[in-house]
Structures are given as structure tokens and as C-alpha cells.
Design a protein around this ligand. Structure first.
Ligand SMILES: Cc1ncc(COP(=O)(O)O)c(C=O)c1O
Length: 480
């Protein structure tokens, strides 16, 4: 594909100086149309015409890359293509115009969607109860860890350690520390949990083991039943990082694997894009023995009416304003209804097939550690690139010139020069083949050409160090 991104010298919206705005005849806002008491004084935002604003953001969008532009194999992020019908329904007035302070009787439809979604997620996760409140995977983790603490405390125990494999996602240790726990990291063996290392790490101080299964190398933890037993025998809980359910939906559940707690990233598997900069959803599910600790309120049904229930004996309280990001919940509900249980199973089968097809084609040209089959993703070891004076970063940048978003790179840390690839179920064989062809082509390109890529993007290579060290997060910082 011949790929070129638009390139504009686009100023910040604060810097736009417009001449006399074009007068759109049928759209005049006269000064006296806004009541005096509603006029804001001293609000420091740009005053621009509609056309300037629309053009500004359209130009920015043309300089961007998204799933609507092309393939986005960002490992661990599940950048699948989401059908527009979900956005459309989430934009309906009935969805956008409800207010969380409305009486239960006035929002029966919204409560019904939430209640049904809770039940659907229970079935998908193999758990007994779900809260829809958390707004992200990481917030789901944090909520799960607060519940873990509440559970042990009610049993009269003070357990202060969270065990994590070295392949775990970065949010796991971050959530554990935020919840006041000490992190005990255990090494992997052949890419999976090392049972011996786990046995020596588990003790009466262990509160919970957090596990992603399949893990971030795309490998299924085949010893998961032994792992669950070991933890439970020590009185500890098991937390399933279900940020990505694309590899197990309809085939098995965290509940069947004997996990006590699981979070779901709706903004990955269920109808909302991950990393889209918009709101997310990280519902949390638990088995029966932990239900009483879930945040309040829950959405309940008494056989004729839906209502918000604040009566939960040992609730950890509220962890987010109101009841979660409602439009994300609606999209998840529509997604699950559209797919049906057979469809969800097919998503899994196809995601796994796509990952293994890509792996099979790429392993003829790249080192891919751990030879066995993968689930939804796999990690390439790019260390051989160094022999040619190249790095994984260079290959990732050059891929942009061919119109592909780069895979996740340098993560997980246990693979050198890692390139983590997750194709998802929504990509065709042709797209996967084009991606492999581009990867192989880059291997045979001139080193200097690759090192200076990208060329066809709106922004060329930025300094990684500057970008990480000198963050500019506000207009004030920018002006300084
Ligand atoms: C395995 C895993 N766990 C947790 C998370 C955290 O999710 P969020 O970004 O919504 O906080 C992610 C996000 O990519 C993930 O891939």
C-alpha cells in the first residue's frame, strides 16, 4: 500500500488567529441571545468560528492513525475494529440524555441494560456478581485489591503481599502498591509461572496472586489449576487480569479456573476501542464469597422493577462517581447481544487463529521465543536486529511508512528487544499477509533508511528521551 499521512503546520487551537469569520447566514448567534446571567466572564478559552474549529480538528485527525485507517497490531491492547452501530446506539438521545440523579422509575431502560450486562459478564467470567463502576482496567484491579483487603480483614488476617509473575502487566504492580501492598515478583520458566518459585513465595502473608491467562506472551498457563489450589490452600485469593478476554471467551472462564476475582476491559474486548482517549469501562466480577464487599450501589431487579441497591453489608464503598461510564456499558451490551454466545466463541477462535497464522509466517524470518502454540498474541525477540546495527524501535518506526501501526515494543520485559503482536479477530488474511510482507521487506532494506524512518508520517521520528523526560502536559508548560 502506498501510504502517506497528511502533514500540516497545525497550530494549537489557542494560537489560531482567524480573520473575519465566514458568516453562515442561517446560523447567527447574536450577542443578546445569551441571557446576561449565563454569560461567562474571563473564561480563558479560544473564541473561534465553527468552521475554524471543525477544520482544526479535521486536520488533526488526518494527521493521526487509528483503527479506521488500518491494521493496529498493538500487543496487549486488543485494537480490534468495532462496528459503527455500537457508536450509533450509544449516541441515541435515550442514552446520552439520561441523568444519574434521575429517579429509578424514570430510567428503567438504562437500569435494565446495566442489570443485564452485569448478568452477561457473570456468565462470560464464570463469576457470581459484577460491579460496573470501575472506569478502567487499572481501576478494576484497584477495586479488586481493596476487596481482597476487606476479605482478609474480616477473617481477622493482615496479609500484606501481592504475588505477580515477571510477565505481568505494568498496572498490576502499580495497583498493588496503590492499595498499600508489597509486591513479590516471581520469575517465569519457559514463559509461564515457575511453580517452584511460586511455592517458595506463597506464605501466610500472601493476600492474592494476580495472573493474566493467557499471559502477556500469549501462552496459556497450563498449570493454572495447580496454581489456584496452591494459593487457596494458603488462604490467599486469586485475581484474574481479564483485561483481554479475546483468547478465552466462550471457551472457558476465569471462574472455571478457580479465580475469585476478575476484571474485564470493556474498552478492548467489548465494543469500545482501547487507547482511544475516551472513557473506558473496567467492570469487576467476584465469586459469591466476595459479593458483599463489592462497591455500592448495585443494579438489582425485584421481578417487576429495576433499582439501585445501596444495601451491601461489607461494601468497600464507592469507587467512582455514579455507576460507571454509561455509554461504554451500552456499547458492551450491544456488542454482546450482536455477537451472541456463538459469536463470542468465534471471536476467540478467530483471534487465536490470526495470532498463530501471523506467528507461523513470521517465525521463518524472526526469533520467536517459546515454540508452542499461542492464544491471541505473541512476542518477537528482535535482538538479532542488533547484528545489523538496528533495533526493534527502528523496525517499528519503519512499519509506519508502510501504513501499519507499530506493535507494542520493549514489553514484556522478559524478552529482549520485544515486539508484542496482537492481530485480533477482525483482520483478514490479506491484511495479515501484507503486514508480514512489510516486516520481511524492512529486514532487507538499507540500514540507514530504516534507522531514519518514518518518512511518510505527519510527524517524523521524535526524541524518545525528550518525549519521556520533558513532558508538556498543559498550555502553561508549553508557554514556559
Ligand atoms: C493485561 C492488561 N492488564 C491491565 C490493563 C489495564 O487496563 P487500563 O488501561 O484500562 O487501565 C491492560 C491495558 O492494556 C492490560 O493489557
Amino acid at each position: 500500500m502506498n501510504y502517506h499521512q497528511s502533514r500540516y503546520d497545525e497550530p494549537l487551537i489557542f494560537e489560531i488567529e482567524e480573520g473575519e469569520p465566514i458568516k453562515v447566514p442561517n446560523y447567527p448567534i447574536k450577542d443578546n441571545m445569551i441571557p446576561k446571567n449565563l454569560k461567562r466572564k474571563g473564561l480563558d478559552i479560544p473564541t473561534l468560528s465553527e468552521e475554524s474549529v471543525v477544520r482544526h480538528y479535521t486536520r488533526l485527525s488526518q494527521m493521526n492513525y487509528g483503527i479506521d485507517t488500518g491494521f493496529y497490531p498493538l500487543g496487549s491492547c486488543t485494537m480490534k475494529y468495532n462496528r459503527k452501530v455500537m457508536e450509533e446506539i450509544a449516541g441515541w438521545r435515550e442514552v446520552t440524555n439520561v441523568h444519574p440523579y434521575q429517579d429509578d422509575a424514570a430510567v428503567q431502560g438504562s437500569l435494565e441494560i446495566m442489570y443485564r450486562l452485569q448478568r452477561m459478564l457473570c456468565e462470560i467470567g464464570g463469576v457470581d456478581a459484577v460491579t460496573l463502576q470501575p472506569a478502567a482496567g487499572a481501576q478494576g484491579e484497584f477495586t479488586g485489591l481493596l476487596i481482597t483487603r476487606a476479605y482478609h480483614e474480616l477473617n481477622g488476617e493482615k496479609r500484606n503481599e501481592v504475588i505477580l509473575p515477571d510477565s505481568s502487566h505494568g498496572t498490576n504492580p502499580a495497583s498493588a502498591v496503590m492499595a498499600g501492598y508489597d509486591v513479590v515478583e516471581i520469575p517465569s520458566k519457559a514463559g509461564c509461572v515457575d511453580l517452584e518459585a511460586l511455592s517458595s513465595a506463597v506464605s501466610k502473608d500472601t493476600a492474592v496472586l494476580m495472573l493474566t491467562n493467557p499471559n502477556l506472551l500469549g501462552l496459556f498457563e497450563k498449570d493454572v489449576v495447580r496454581i489456584s489450589k496452591l494459593l487457596h490452600d494458603h488462604g490467599a485469593l486469586l485475581y484474574y487480569d481479564g483485561a483481554n478476554l479475546n483468547a478465552i471467551m466462550g471457551i472457558t472462564t476465569p471462574g472455571k479456573m478457580d479465580f475469585d476475582i476478575v476484571h474485564f476491559n470493556l474498552h478492548k474486548t467489548f465494543g469500545t476501542p482501547h487507547g482511544g482517549g475516551g472513557p473506558g469501562g473496567g467492570p469487576l466480577g467476584v465469586k459469591k464469597h466476595l459479593e458483599k464487599f463489592l462497591p455500592i450501589p448495585s443494579v438489582e431487579y425485584n421481578g417487576s422493577k429495576y433499582h439501585l441497591d445501596y444495601d451491601r453489608s461489607h461494601s468497600i464503598g464507592k469507587i467512582k462517581g455514579f455507576y460507571g461510564n454509561f455509554n461504554v456499558l451500552v456499547k458492551a451490551y450491544v456488542y454482546i447481544k450482536l455477537m451472541g454466545s456463538d459469536g463470542l466463541k468465534e471471536v476467540t477462535e478467530r483471534a487465536v487463529l490470526n495470532a498463530n497464522y501471523l506467528k507461523a509466517r513470521l517465525e521463518k524470518h524472526f526469533d520467536i521465543p517459546f515454540k508452542n502454540h499461542r492464544k491471541h498474541e505473541f512476542v518477537v525477540d528482535g535482538s538479532k536486529l542488533k547484528e545489523r546495527g538496528l533495533r526493534t524501535l527502528d523496525l517499528a518506526k519503519r512499519l509506519l511508512d508502510y501504513g501499519f501501526h507499530a506493535p507494542t515494543i520493549y514489553f514484556p520485559h522478559l524478552v529482549e528487544e520485544a515486539m508484542m503482536i496482537e492481530p485480533t479477530e477482525t483482520e483478514s488474511k490479506e491484511t495479515l499477509d501484507d503486514f508480514v510482507d512489510a516486516m520481511i521487506k524492512i529486514l532487507n532494506e538499507d540500514v540507514e533508511l530504516v534507522k531514519n524512518a518514518p518518512y511518510n508520517t505527519s510527524v517524523r521520528r521524535v526524541s524518545e528521551v525528550e518525549a519521556a523526560r520533558n513532558l508538556i502536559l498543559s498550555m502553561r508548560m508549553y508557554e514556559k
